[in-house]
Design a protein around this ligand. Structure first.
Ligand code: FAD
Ligand code: UDP
Length: 378
């Protein structure tokens, strides 16, 4: 009899497993329908021996010391600050848009933050209430930069107009008046020194954790005796799509190994114009690996396939709320992670959510709280 059956071995499932097994001493079974642990952060050496990310580029960044310290128990880190270039009008320019981007694109020589702010203010559109992902960009940089960097990238990535998406989506990408060309400005920006998969393996390496990969919850749920469940897959799938499908955006990855040492100047190049893919990643920039060959990945967003992104827009949140109400009433099951709580979360946010869920479970089980009360707390 397992105390916990954990569905999904990504960040959500693995952090829950580690905490429940190491702090509470529970007997844990972690399953994943994929053949490996790590979820979307899985990395491995490909046939040529290049360390790559099977599900697209994963860069760790957080402002939370607590989350960084927690993960540091399972990995050393390689300092890495992510830089991205966008291929716009035949040139490679920094994204997030910064002073260099504007100077290169418009043939200017703006020298101070104030000059850049004046340039942007002259182009920004007045928008009284910022609601959508289009509003965010138009209000900050105006239509020309919106068209060049955001409109068609967003249409490709989401199959929707920026105006149809919540403001939170394009708000992820700042606009800067200075020359800072880092993609993230968080305090902690690192890559796990030996890769994500090694980190996950260490996290799950406890005598009271069993792992079964290549196993779907549907196959196993009636077969393995367990007391409680942590579910980290898509929440609509758990409830047999009873209210209809919750939209998730899918991706196809084309991985290519090239017979050259380096392919592009930075880890990621974004393609916000005509190309059918959104971005191309070269992993050796992320990992620091030295190798005579190099592996790159093209990302092609699509409507059907494995779910990768919850799609933030009001009608989807409303549908999610209906599933969430079912989840709250489901006894002995907790829903954690990007797919199960339908949130466009980065890795650190999923770790934070899992640690917080664990704390609530732990506090409740330490007292005399009933199973119903436990569900309320979850
Ligand atoms: P997942 O990693 O999706 O894990 C869920 C697991 O559950 C999966 O392995 C799945 O196979 C399994 N599962 C689902 N249903 C079942 C079932 N029925 N039975 C058995 N198993 C099941 N975040 C960052 O912080 N930085 C980045 O640079 C970054 N880049 C990203 C790039 C891409 C292309 C994508 C898609 C995401 C990126 N993220 C990034 C986000 C990051 O991937 C997620 O925040 C994190 O991996 C979510 O962890 P999770 O455990 O919630 O979900
Ligand atoms: N975005 C864009 N052009 C870019 C980069 C981002 O239009 O060059 C928009 C797009 O809608 C994207 C969102 O901003 O989905 C968030 O970008 P981010 O790089 O954070 O996406 P992720 O890494 O999560 O795929």
């Amino acid at each position: 009899m397992y105390d916990w059956l954990i569905v999904g071995a990504g960040f959500a499932g693995s952090v829950m497993a580690e905490r429940l097994a190491s702090v509470r001493g529970g007997r844990v079974l972690v399953i994943d329908r994929r053949e490996h642990v790590g979820g979307n952060a899985f990395d491995c050496y490909d046939a040529s021996g290049v360390l790559m990310h099977r599900y697209g580029p994963h860069i760790f960044h957080t402002n939370s010391e607590m989350i960084f310290e927690y993960l540091s128990r399972f990995t050393d880190w390689r300092p890495y600050e992510h830089r991205v270039l966008a291929h716009v009008d035949g040139q490679l320019v920094p994204i997030p848009i910064n002073r260099t981007t504007i100077n290169v694109l418009y043939g200017l020589q703006l020298k101070t933050d104030e000059e850049v702010e004046t340039f942007l203010r002259a182009r920004a559109e007045p928008i009284s209430e910022i609601r959508t992902s289009e509003d965010v960009v138009l209000a900050r940089v105006g239509r020309d930069l919106y068209e060049k960097f955001f409109r068609s990238y967003t249409r490709k990535q989401w199959g929707l107009e920026p105006a149809e998406l919540d403001k939170s989506v394009t708000s992820r990408v700042p606009t800067r008046a200075n020359e800072d060309d880092r993609y993230f400005s968080d305090t902690y920006q690192y890559m796990p020194a030996e890769g994500y998969t090694r980190m996950f393996k260490r996290m799950l390496d406890l005598p009271n954790i069993d792992i079964q990969t290549g196993v779907d919850y549907a196959e196993i749920k009636g077969q393995v005796a367990h007391k409680r469940v942590i579910f980290t897959g898509p929440i609509d799938q758990y409830f047999d799509y009873c209210y209809g499908k919750l939209p998730y955006r899918c991706l196809e990855f084309k991985h290519v190994t090239l017979d050259v040492e380096h392919h592009q100047p930075v880890a990621v190049i974004n393609y916000p114009q005509g190309e059918p893919y959104t971005r191309v990643t070269e992993y050796k920039h992320l990992t620091g690996q030295t190798h005579p060959r190099t592996t790159i990945t093209y990302e092609y967003p699509c409507a059907e396939g494995d779910p990768y992104y919850p799609i933030p827009r009001p009608e989807n949140s409303a549908l999610y709320k209906r599933y969430e109400a079912l989840a709250k009433a489901e006894k002995g099951v907790w829903f954690v992670g990007r797919l199960a709580t339908y949130r466009y979360y980065n890795m650190d946010q999923v770790v934070g959510q899992a640690l917080a869920t664990f704390k609530r479970i732990d506090a409740s089980l330490a007292g005399s709280t009933s199973e119903d009360r436990l569900k309320e707390l979850a």
